[in-house]
Ligand binder design. Structure first.
Ligand SMILES: Cc1cc2nc3c(=O)[nH]c(=O)nc-3n(C[C@H](O)[C@H](O)[C@H](O)COP(=O)(O)O)c2cc1C
Length: 544
């Protein structure tokens, strides 16, 4: 069989992915000792808050991890390898960035069911029974970093695939939920507990009603296509592994856990197996969250660990979340933006919608959404779009702003400029009540929220944008570079363009001016002098 070069070829385990990142120059290897409790996450944080351009962000591999007690871990820690940037995410998908959205849409429609295998790399080493609780054993053997040193109450598992099964339908669910280390054989897992909340929480409620403990396995480190499904809001009865299989172009190999009956990806790095009791809850957190605030202590689900299985050369995979941008926001943005656009375009059939941008820095994608419409899209369609984006998912779309297609919706400056000059708040702003409380609202008094919808599209023909026309800016950029001046970016807008209110006579004037023939213009306007007018009377109101 000849290899089809057009077929995507995503890495099928974390090792293959790290190797590919290294080859592409997207991996930083740190061999000096790094303290996982105080240094590791803060070091990588600088890449997100220190102004490193998105495309230059890297994954980090720490090969010499120590902790605050001076213990040295044999297992390396890899962080930032899943989604430090869309480019890194795309490497995990085995596709270019622009194909990410269509690949997910297609995979959801055409899932490829997983296959079950008998032996698996993730079970090469098994820790069970007394080995879990001996000095330095169990969870204490894993180099689990502290995400927000100074606020977090424990090291946390972050890049998790928490696998549970619906006791009624038998369908497995996988979610990325944080888990706090509490003892060598106990964690506390936090699953969002509200309508529209975590799939695992929905399962737990069913076990609770039956008074049965819930089997759970936490997978750490797997093929990126598998991990990427974990934070996605897929339909509860849709098997994440079948979606991942469709993206991979081959079925995902699964193996049965040793101490519960769940299936986990065979090529995983580490699997923590166990059970959650149907009733007992234990205080968990503080822990820094992706809404930019520290979650305060709350009662969540203690998991009793029954086994830890791993590959012989396992790597510990962590994710950097908290204040955005972070891996947590990139991992969601690349999949959610196409999902929103698809919903508005195809499910709601909104005419003129072109682009959806979820605002990322600090706000973390959910609350602020920008929609880009073709100029001339009917006002009724713009308002359907604003409402559609505000209601698709709970906690998304607290502020939704529509702009026209000459405005770059990924530039907040350009969006504010559009609000400033293209909207009349009295007519173009609606405040919509009775939204669900946003993420983190469980720590405040308020249970409901409202939405702010703004139509900042261009409603009429407008005068050109007051920057030199494109050809002058391009020539000048070549000159700038020739003069060896500091490098410049091309923000949007970076050149003038017309917005409908313009005329051939003014084009002629401008052409005369750039040719040096400004006096020709003066000769013409001299002939058009008039008396009896107020200053600033527009020419068109008099001459046409
Ligand atoms: C880095 C990261 C951390 C997350 N932590 C949690 C968490 O602790 N609890 C939770 O319920 N959801 C968390 N989420 C969101 C869920 O992963 C997301 O809602 C996903 O859709 C859950 O899958 P489910 O719908 O099958 O529950 C996190 C997402 C990311 C990217």
């Amino acid at each position: 069989m000849t290899h089809d070069k057009t077929r995507p070829n995503p890495p099928m385990d974390l090792h293959a992915h790290i190797e590919a990142l290294d080859k592409a120059g997207l991996l930083v290897r740190v061999d000096r000792p790094i303290n996982k409790d105080t240094q590791l996450q803060p070091l990588v944080r600088w890449q997100f808050i220190g102004g490193v351009p998105e495309d230059e962000r890297r994954a980090f591999l720490f090969t010499n991890v120590v902790d605050s007690k001076g213990k040295r871990y044999d297992m390396p820690v890899v962080i930032g390898a899943l989604a430090s940037s869309p480019r890194i995410y795309a490497m995990g998908m085995g596709r270019p960035v622009e194909d990410i959205g269509p690949a997910w849409t297609d995979a959801i429609l055409n899932p490829v069911p997983p296959v079950i295998v008998e032996t698996a790399p993730c079970q090469e080493i098994v820790m069970q029974g007394d080995d879990l609780t001996r000095e330095g054993g169990g969870l204490a053997s894993l180099p689990v970093p502290i995400s927000t040193p100074g606020y977090d109450a424990a090291p946390y598992l972050t890049a998790t695939l928490c696998v549970t099964r619906d006791p009624e339908t038998g369908v497995q669910n996988t979610g990325m939920y944080r888990a706090a280390l509490k003892a060598k054989d106990r964690l506390v897992v936090r699953m969002v507990a509200r309508p529209g909340g975590a799939g695992g929480w929905i399962h737990w409620n069913k076990y609770r009603a039956r008074k049965e403990r819930m089997p759970i396995s936490i997978v750490l480190g797997a093929a990126p296509v598998v991990v990427f499904t974990s934070p996605q809001k897929l339909a509860v009865d849709l098997d994440e592994y079948a979606v991942a299989g469709a993206v991979a172009g081959q079925p995902i190999e699964m193996v049965k856990c040793l101490t519960n009956d769940l299936l986990v990806p065979a090529a995983s790095e580490i699997v923590i197996e166990g059970y959650i009791e149907p009733d007992l809850l234990e205080p968990e957190a503080p822990f820094g969250e992706s809404n930019g605030y520290v979650a305060l202590e709350a009662f969540n689900m203690p998991m009793q660990v029954t086994a830890i299985t791993q590959r012989r050369n396992a790597m510990f995979n962590a994710i950097i979340s908290q204040v955005t941008p972070s891996e947590s926001s990139v991992i969601k943005k690349v999949a959610y933006e196409p999902q929103f656009l698809g919903h508005l375009k195809h499910a709601l059939g909104i005419k003129g919608i072109k682009r959806v941008v979820l605002h990322e820095p600090l706000t973390n994608l959910r609350p602020v959404i920008f929609l880009q419409f073709e100029y001339g899209a009917p006002q009724t369609e713009i308002w359907r779009g604003l409402q559609g984006a505000s209601t698709l998912l709970t906690a998304f779309g607290k502020v939704v702003i529509a702009v026209s297609d000459d405005i770059d919706p990924s530039s907040v400056d350009a969006v504010l400029w559009s609000i400033a000059y293209r909207s009349n708040p009295k007519e173009d702003v609606v405040i919509f009540p009775y939204r669900g409380g946003g993420q983190g609202s469980q720590y405040g008094e308020r249970k409901t929220d409202s939405a702010l919808l703004i139509d900042a599209t261009r409603k009429r023909l407008m005068a050109p944008l007051a920057l030199p026309r494109k050809e002058f800016m391009e020539d000048a950029l070549a000159l700038w570079n020739e003069l060896d001046l500091p490098p410049v970016k091309r923000p949007s807008p970076w050149h003038g363009y017309e917005l409908g209110n313009w005329g051939d006579d003014w084009t002629r004037f401008a052409e005369n001016a750039v040719r040096g023939d400004w006096e020709v213009n003066g000769v013409e306007t001299f002939k058009r002098q008039r008396s009896g007018l107020e200053a600033e009377t527009t020419v068109r109101s008099v001459e046409k």
